[in-house]
Design a binder for this molecule. Structure first.
Ligand SMILES: [Zn+2]
Length: 245
């Protein structure tokens, strides 16, 4: 008897006696473990706090970590508070990475290929570019510490109205999983395999896919498979069939 709320194993082949290893939310591969990676973006007066959280297999978790880390290393520095927040975000992600490395390699394939982990962070242009702000960070930390010591910093509640902490999370597409019902239509505001799906009336010119059910553990060739978190009962993956024209 599977524990309530526990993701089910897809593809069969697992012993029926136990709950079995959890499946990756993104690709359905097993085993998967709870993973949280964070991102931060500073934009002078506003900030964005990003979070990607869920049950991920090792491959998808690593891909999520690298993308978040590389993005934060480039976009994280551009604000007075962001300069302080970003190092902590990067360090927290390194902590998450040690957990990710403990997830065994997937042994049970999922309903679609895992995310592409790509190159390690420091082999990406973003990582190389980020060496500049990170080099400047030492000076900034020093200056900031000095300011704190002389008490020249305005109290945290002083003029914090300039930083918008609300609404930041919802901006990260993978954090929000709209419910898609079979037969309805949807659009993807991002590039596969990082979908940002939104329900869209089938008559709308923005509609790109019709939602279809997952039958016989598969989708029709040419369809996109999406995770069970989009289905009404969060129990089965769904298929997205591209609309013609
Ligand atoms: Zn996966």
């Amino acid at each position: 008897m599977p524990a309530p709320g526990r993701p089910q194993q897809y593809g069969g082949g697992m012993p029926a006696g136990g709950p079995g290893p959890a499946a990756c939310q993104i690709c359905g591969a097993a085993p998967a473990a709870p993973v949280t990676v964070r991102g931060h973006q500073g934009m002078v007066v506003i900030m964005k706090f990003l979070k990607r959280e869920g049950l991920f297999c090792r491959t998808c978790a690593l891909a999520s970590f690298r993308d978040m880390q590389a993005e934060t290393m480039v976009l994280g520095w551009w604000g007075p508070l962001s300069l302080v927040i970003t190092p902590f975000t990067l360090l927290a992600n390194l902590g998450a990475l040690s957990g990710i490395r403990r997830i065994p390699e997937p042994f049970a394939p999922g309903f679609r290929p895992p995310l592409d982990p790509g190159k390690p962070v420091f082999k990406r242009p973003a990582g190389i570019l980020a060496l500049i702000p990170m080099g400047l960070l030492g000076l900034t930390v020093f200056a900031f510490t000095l300011l704190v010591i002389v008490g020249a910093v305005v109290g945290p509640s002083g003029e914090s109205s300039e930083s918008s902490e609300g609404g930041g999370l919802s901006d990260y597409p993978n954090q929000v999983y709209p419910t898609l019902t079979v037969g309805s239509c949807a659009r993807n505001d991002r590039t596969w395999p990082y979908e940002d799906l939104k329900p869209e009336p089938c008559g709308s010119s923005a509609a790109q896919y019709r939602v279809d059910s997952w039958t016989n553990d598969t989708c029709t060739s040419g369809d996109h498979s999406i995770g069970p978190m989009y289905s009404k009962d969060h129990d089965k993956p769904l298929c997205l069939r591209p609309l013609k024209g």
